[in-house]
Ligand binder design. Structure first.
Ligand SMILES: Nc1nc2c(ncn2[C@@H]2O[C@H](COP(=O)(O)OP(=O)(O)O)[C@@H](O)[C@H]2O)c(=O)[nH]1
Ligand SMILES: [Mg+2]
Ligand SMILES: [Zn+2]
Length: 301
């Protein structure tokens, strides 16, 4: 007799059309997604909350029949329902690319996903160098801290920050995301190590999966990326995704000030006073110009 029982769960892993769905009781079912999703152009993502029908209870096989609405989705890597992002960068090898880091920050700020910045490999630099790097984000509202994934220092504090949330670890390759992740697990370790120069002979494609510290505290170690672009954000709106500029813009003389060429601009004043980082501001101006040209191109089409 075929018994169809509906259950709820969350996709923790997806490989080649199969999805591992985990229930609240921590039971894992191997599921397929029926054709209805293809018709609706919906693709189930890791992190999705779903309903599925049990096809075979003994073999733990099922069919996903419904995707519940998403709080958010990341595209690179594709994950749904992220509560926060830990954005990793390293103080040394590879040294932080601030312009790239800003782009990533803008994207998550745009998506309304809280981001903390972790400067890893602090064991490799002097206190002075570290402070210089930290100064780039002075007086922004992003939580930011230094770390060495090689030590277990502050692990308790990190666990407290991860508690009850789904956290994605994001950042370019080689900054220590997987090493950091492995501190919280005794099994199912993530592969770590620097990429070879030509990237041959190394498995570089990995699937993101939900890793459960406990039933409510979940981390996602993501493969690195080195390029980040966004097309939805207009030049005019760019400064809205710099929290410290956004907070002060009402003190600019002109309404709709974008803090580039306008006189009596509060942001420029604060940069000149050294309250905000000059480098971050210069990178903002470059990005503004890049977006402005892109908007112009779009307008001409
Ligand atoms: N010195 C130092 N090396 C680290 C630290 N974290 C990771 N590494 C090393 O950096 C390399 C890349 O680490 P990995 O975790 O694979 O980076 P991922 O690509 O971001 O996942 C490995 O050789 C790690 O041992 C750290 O805090 N300090
Ligand atoms: Mg890794
Ligand atoms: Zn301004």
């Amino acid at each position: 007799m075929i018994q169809e029982t509906r259950q709820k769960g969350r996709i923790q892993k997806g490989i080649a059309g199969f999805y591992e769905v985990r229930t609240e009781n921590e039971i894992i079912y191997q599921c397929k997604a029926k054709g209805i999703f293809r018709k609706n152009k919906q693709v189930p993502l890791v992190g999705d909350f779903v309903a599925f029908e049990i096809l075979d209870e003994k073999e733990k096989k099922g069919n996903i029949v419904e995707l519940f609405s998403r709080k958010n989705e990341l595209f690179r890597p594709p994950i749904a329902n992220v509560d926060q992002v830990f954005l990793f960068s390293s103080l040394s090898s590879p040294r932080t690319n601030f312009s790239l880091l800003d782009r990533i920050l803008i994207f998550f700020t745009y998506q309304n996903i809280p981001v903390s910045i972790i400067f890893n490999k602090e064991d490799m630099v002097s206190e002075e160098e570290k402070n210089k790097m930290f100064a780039y984000y002075r007086n922004t509202s992003y939580p930011i801290w230094g770390n060495s994934s090689l030590s277990n220092e502050n692990k308790k504090e990190h666990l407290a920050l991860l508690k009850g949330k789904t956290t994605a670890f994001v950042g370019v390759s080689g900054v220590g995301k997987s090493t950091f992740t492995n501190r919280f697990f005794t099994e199912n370790k993530q592969e770590t190590g620097a990429l070879s120069k030509n990237q041959r002979g190394k498995q570089t494609t990995r699937h993101s999966e939900l890793l459960y510290i406990d039933q409510e505290s979940i981390v996602v170690d993501t493969p690195g990326f080195s390029f980040f672009s966004f097309t939805e954000i207009f030049a005019q709106d760019l400064a809205s995704y710099y929290p410290e500029y956004q907070e002060k813009k009402q003190d600019c003389h002109f309404l709709g000030c974008v803090h580039v060429h306008e006189p009596k601009c509060k942001i420029k004043e604060m940069v000149a006073q050294g309250i905000f980082s000059k480098e971050r501001y210069q990178n903002y101006c470059k990005l503004y110009e890049e977006r402005r040209l892109a908007d112009q191109m779009k307008g001409k089409k």
